[in-house]
Structure formats: C-alpha cells, structure tokens
Design a protein around this ligand. Structure first.
Ligand code: IPE
Ligand code: IPE
Ligand code: MG
Length: 246
C-alpha cells in the first residue's frame, strides 16, 4: 500500500484543503451541480477518517467562502442544508473518534439552523483531543484580517494593549485560527491554482499542492499522494539547503 511509503515522522501537523470542483464533477456526468455537493460530503468523511488514521492533528476544510453568497439561491440553500445534515450525521463519529469541531468565519450571517448545529456540536466536542477539524464557513481571509485590525485597534484605543506591543504574536492571537498552528500543507483540488481568499496569513510558509482531481473523486489514495509529494519537499524557511541539512 502506498501508505507504507509515508514517513510517519515527517507528516504535516496542519493540512488545509480548498475542496473545489463539485459543480464540474457533476456537470461532467450530466448531473445537477447540487449532486456534486452531495457526493463531496462523502469525500469529506473519507478524508477526515484518513487524517485521523495518520494521526495528523489539524485538518481545516474550506466549505463556504464569503464570496459564495453570490451563487444562485437554491445552491446556497442546498449547501446550508448539507452542512446541517453532515453535522448531525457525523456527531457520534466525532465523539467516538475524539475529534473537536471548530469553525472559522463569520457565523452570524449563516441560517439559524446552521448556527445552532455548529454551536451544539462544537460545544459537545470541545474537550476532544485527538484531532481538530476546522470548517471554514462564511470565511474570507481579507474579512478575517479586517476583523483582526478592528479588534486590535479598539483594544489600543481602550488601552487594553499598547501600540508598542502589537506584533505578530498579538495578531495571531486575534485571528479566527488563534488556536491552530500555521498550515503546513495546502491542498486544492479541481485543477485551479489559486488561493481564493483562504487563510492568507496562515499559509505564509505552507507547501502548496494542486491536483486536477475534482473534490467528489478525492479519496485517501489522493491524500496519500499529496503527502508523499509534501515529504519530497525541502522546507527552508528562508535558510539555505546546507543549513537545513547539517
Ligand atoms: C466547491 O465546488 C464547493 C464550494 C465552493 C462550496 P464548486 O461548487 O466550486 O465546484 P466548481 O468549481 O463549480 O466545479
Ligand atoms: C473556493 O472555491 C471556496 C470553497 C472551496 C469553499 P470557489 O469555487 O468558490 O473559488 P473560485 O471562485 O473558483 O476562486
Ligand atoms: Mg469552484
């Protein structure tokens, strides 16, 4: 099995995925876009399971962007319904597998049913320790940065913090991702090679991996392929190769 070639000591701690291509997957089969989203949920289940098996502690999935509100109303409605359905159906598995559900993004604009289910499942799993599953919902990286700047500015204004103390660590503490480490590996499916307003601050040194596979076809073999590719990279963080290999 491909898995055997993976070096268990050199796995990313944090994988983020832009799950793209549901619509094109469906269109290619002559089906409605919405069906692509339905089957996409099965990929989510498989990838969560495989990430857990590999003992990777952080997985972050881009499920709905701030710009996705521009899509047709019925498609947005389907996505929202699928989210609630997913959270309800996965709840027992999250508990059993010791997974904490976390979200990033502005939840307040989401339908109440989504908000309530997210709150319930996040609350009930908040002490789970094996893995943090973060779902980006109504998320946009520029919106996140705008939120952080406003928050810090108001704290400076109230004298809660002084301007001299504003540094990268303070910024990190105000981001939606405040409890997550930096992203090590960013995967995007569907062949597009762009970031689409996802985690701009957090991917500063992430390895980027693009695959043509549409999200509904993305399974554990594809994840293993991405991980093998990751393991063949040299992460230098600005240093020279010689410095890394002493
Ligand atoms: C990703 O698939 C799912 C979401 C953005 C919610 P798309 O729906 O973007 O699929 P394509 O890109 O149109 O094929
Ligand atoms: C990014 O995919 C958002 C999610 C996967 C949720 P999009 O399909 O919305 O991105 P663009 O429009 O191709 O950049
Ligand atoms: Mg897309």
């Amino acid at each position: 099995m491909m898995n055997n070639n993976l070096d268990k000591d050199n796995l990313p701690k944090h994988i983020a995925i832009i799950m793209d291509g549901n619509g094109r997957w469906a269109a290619k089969k002559g089906l409605d876009r919405v069906l692509g989203h339905n089957i996409g949920v099965e990929s989510v289940q498989e990838i969560v399971e495989e990430t857990l098996n590999l003992n990777i502690p952080y997985l972050t999935l881009y499920a709905f962007s701030t710009d996705n509100w521009s899509r047709p109303k019925d498609e947005i409605g389907t996505l929202m319904k699928l989210l609630v359905k997913y959270l309800k159906s996965e709840f027992d598995k999250l508990i059993k597998n010791n997974i904490r559900l976390n979200t990033i993004g502005d939840l307040s604009a989401l339908p109440k049913a989504v908000q309530n289910e997210v709150k319930r499942v996040s609350g009930k799993t908040k002490n789970n320790k094996k893995m943090v599953l973060t779902i980006a919902l109504n998320y946009g990286a520029r919106e996140e940065i705008e939120y952080v700047v406003k928050k810090i500015a108001s704290e400076v204004k109230n004298n809660t913090i002084s301007l001299e103390n504003v540094d990268q660590s303070i910024i990190n503490k105000h981001l939606y991702t405040r409890n997550l480490p930096d992203v090590d590996l960013l995967i995007r499916t569907s062949g597009e090679q762009r970031v689409s307003n996802f985690l701009l601050w957090q991917i500063a040194y992430a390895e980027l991996y693009f695959t043509k596979v549409y999200w509904p076809d993305f399974g554990k073999k594809d994840l293993q392929k991405a991980l093998l590719n990751y393991q063949n990279r040299e992460r230098r963080f600005g240093k020279t190769s010689e410095q890394i290999n002493v």
